[in-house]
Design a protein around this ligand. Structure first.
Ligand SMILES: [Zn+2]
Length: 302
């Protein structure tokens, strides 16, 4: 038996593509450093809008075959990031994409938004007790931008972190495990403002004709709330390649990308986090540059 990597990072996301947009550089950096990176995706993204015209037939109102197609896109993206452990919550297709807030799909049987939080969390408890991550990354309570599946992913991840540590909960799912640090995805307002400054000048030569609004970026918050950053320019190419692998959802033209609305946004290669549980490993007032800082695992996987 070989020992598992000393550093173990778990990320919980709503749909295939969210991980690459939010954490692609972080995931690539830790995978390259020998840490175990585990991604749990809660739905197959069946309700997504399809960008390439030649794949429009996959859409939910036509063949409804987008979910299975996006399983392949996610696998290709994980290859680009060097991540080998990626799973769907409760198994592939257990929970379905709920669509945007307020649509009828929110309430159809199997929709993630309609799922019982404790029942969904039990599936994640099983993963947590098996992988035993020290660090969990997920969304803030608003899911970054209010999408029902993102809000639900936040609730399920936070609930599972509690239940996994509870010796009284479901002994059949493994030995209790307490996650040392929990982070929410964030983007500092100053970074977004800087990223959007001059964005219009970058449009010529790209396939995009208009720019997104600052409000289109999920998880934007005051700089003071950011406690950690990870990834960085060395992992920008891997992040862009992973985003490109989600071709039904994202069009990439470095350093820009666009979702199905076609509006250009900057690709952020440094990714930002707010520590919400656990102790910061940085000096008081300073940002952590390693999500495992203070855990005594530094350099153990290199
Ligand atoms: Zn999403």
């Amino acid at each position: 038996m070989t020992e598992p990597p000393a550093r173990r990072l778990l990320l919980v996301h709503a749909h295939p593509d969210d991980e690459s947009i939010n954490n692609g550089a972080t995931m690539a950096a830790y995978a390259a450093a020998g840490a175990r990176v585990t991604l749990v995706t809660c739905t197959l993204g069946e309700e997504g809008e399809v960008i390439p015209a030649e794949l429009a037939h996959l859409a939910p109102d036509r063949e409804d075959a987008l979910g299975a197609y996006r399983v392949g896109e996610l696998a290709a993206a994980m290859k680009e990031l060097g991540v080998t452990d990626h799973r769907f919550l409760g198994g592939t297709g257990r929970y379905r994409d709920s669509g945007m807030m307020g649509v009828a799909q929110n309430h159809r049987p199997g929709a993630f938004w309609a799922a019982d939080v404790d029942e969904a969390a039990a599936h994640l408890v099983e993963v947590i007790r098996e992988v035993r991550p020290q660090v969990l990354v997920t969304y803030d309570p608003d899911g970054g931008y209010g999408h029902p599946d993102h809000i639900q992913a936040h609730r399920v991840a936070m609930r599972a972190a509690d239940l996994a540590a509870d010796p009284g909960f479901r002994a059949d799912l493994g030995e209790p495990h307490a996650i040392a640090k929990v982070y929410w995805n964030r983007v500092p307002r100053s970074v977004v403002e800087e990223g959007f400054r001059g964005l219009a000048d970058a449009l010529p030569g790209s396939p995009f004709t208009a720019v997104a609004a600052l409000a289109d970026v999920p998880g934007v918050t005051d700089d003071e709330r950011i406690t950690a950053e990870a990834g960085g320019p060395a992992f920008g190419a891997a992040k862009a390649a992973a985003m490109r692998a989600h071709a039904t959802q994202i069009e990439v033209s470095e350093p820009l990308f666009a979702l199905s609305n076609g509006l250009a946004q900057p690709i952020f290669v440094t990714e930002y986090y707010e520590l919400v549980r656990g102790e910061s490993g940085a000096a008081p007032g300073a940002r952590e540059t390693d999500l495992f800082a203070g855990l005594g695992t530094e350099g153990m996987d290199q």
